[in-house]
Design a protein around this ligand. Sequence first.
Ligand SMILES: [Zn+2]
Length: 575
Amino acid sequence: MLYTIVPRRGAAPPRAPTQRPLILEGRDVPEAAGLAIVGAQVWTGNPAQPLAEAVAVAGSRIRAVGTNAEALAAAGPGARVLDARGRRVVPGFDDTHVHFFTGGDALASADLRGAASPGELRERLARYAATRPPGEWILHGNWDHERWTPADLPTAALIDDVTPEHPVWVHRSDLHMALANTLAMKLAGVTSDAADMPGGEIVRGPAGRPTGIFKDAATSLVERAIPPPSPARILEAIRAAQDLAAAHGVTSVHDMGVLGGRGAETMLEVLRAYQTLERRGELKVRVSAHLPLAEWRRVAEAEPMPGGHRLRVGAVKSFVDGSLGSSTAWFYEPYADAPGVSGGPSDELADPERHYRRIRDADAAGIQVALHAIGDRANALALDLWERLAADNGARDRRGRIEHAQHLRPEDVARFVAARVIASVQPYHCLDDGRWAEKRLGPARARLSFSFRSLIEAGAVVAFGSDWSVAPLDPLLTIHAAVTRRTLDGRNPAGWIPEQKLSIAQAVRACTWQGAYASGEERLKGSIEPGKLADLALLSDDIFAIDPERIRDTRVDVTVFDGRIVHQSETSDRL
Ligand SMILES: [Zn+2]
């Protein structure tokens, strides 16, 4: 159970998400000493005062935005003063779609990505195992045998003697295969008798003995033996994740949950880890956590608590379809490379009326709902659901969201506006999927992919996220992707579907104010205005002026979160 959400006493009338912060454990932080950033080019995101020279912060709030003299006066004597030397300051970035535990868990694990030989993989694993409690599974890794000559797959025998007390299950960087050591296979009950399965392969050596490599569907043979992560491990992973976020200027994340098996269960523990950090005053990023739709009652029963605007249960999330890569994204027409296959609804939609009733009841309790939809048919169905909801529960500012909104029929773009549904999209996927989407969808349908500009011009709210750990947790890469649309293979120098490229300002707004809007917090954050929360990012280069291609090399020199400096790069000693 989610024991850390306090049950509500008595029946309170449902409130709109914007008035219903659902903060789990907020508390006032002691007033930080004042801070003034002067000599900057501040892009405020506030149409009434788009540019300024300086910002002053007191406690966790922005006190003044204006000239250097105004900021210095407002910050008061004893304030810390940072001279930005002409660099850009933007609102702290708001990433509307992350899987924070999954990403942090990988960061906190053995890093095998750079291993240039089997010996180095072994060496790196040995070093990592020596730092871990015996019995703890070693996961992630992201090795790549294509970096070696000859490119032989690693084996259990290679790593067994350096990991005698740690079950090892480390993936190749493409996630399509993984290496187990003998201890992991033993715990999973995998022997020479294990049968191959459709869609999977157990790589075997002499006498049919598994070598330790399991491919695709066969990975489930070992995966099912992995216990849920311990609370200590979860805390460690969340710390690693928030450090990375701070380094990239990300001051708010919408956590969509844990990837992989037992994700829903683990997510409740992840919430506890956030609460622990909040209680200790160590949280470095604002978190709006999403729980599965099936958990909506828990969210409805949570008691809103006054306090710090750092932690809240933001919404419930449900899946309408699957993914393009696995051909489970749901389309009206079959995939171009798989005749007869057009994807389909998710398991949650096996009983569509029950699914709708949950959405209707969650909405009636004032809870925001997010629906994952990739294919055009899934998106049309999600929009149908919101139209039906408005008819049943009445029109209100419900901030319905579609996560990904990746492939849209032209006629559905306007429906986002009419139904006031937020498109929560991840531009980096456009560089990635853009390499092969046309082969999967055919040229005409591929044209309707990642229609960011059409959505914005129609008047829809488009909020940007990374989908970390599936894509990098770096808003500058997200902005770069949205303004250039240059696919990772370099084949679209002028941009893939160039008519959908955004301006820098549109992209920055989608990473800041629109993100705050997507969690119903735009009155609190998302722009640099007096009275708003003091979340800021100071950039190494002026992304509004440089060649857009260089945006991806731009770094965040300073991150201010809640009025405190939580990141300062080594190269920012020019300050
Ligand atoms: Zn995701």
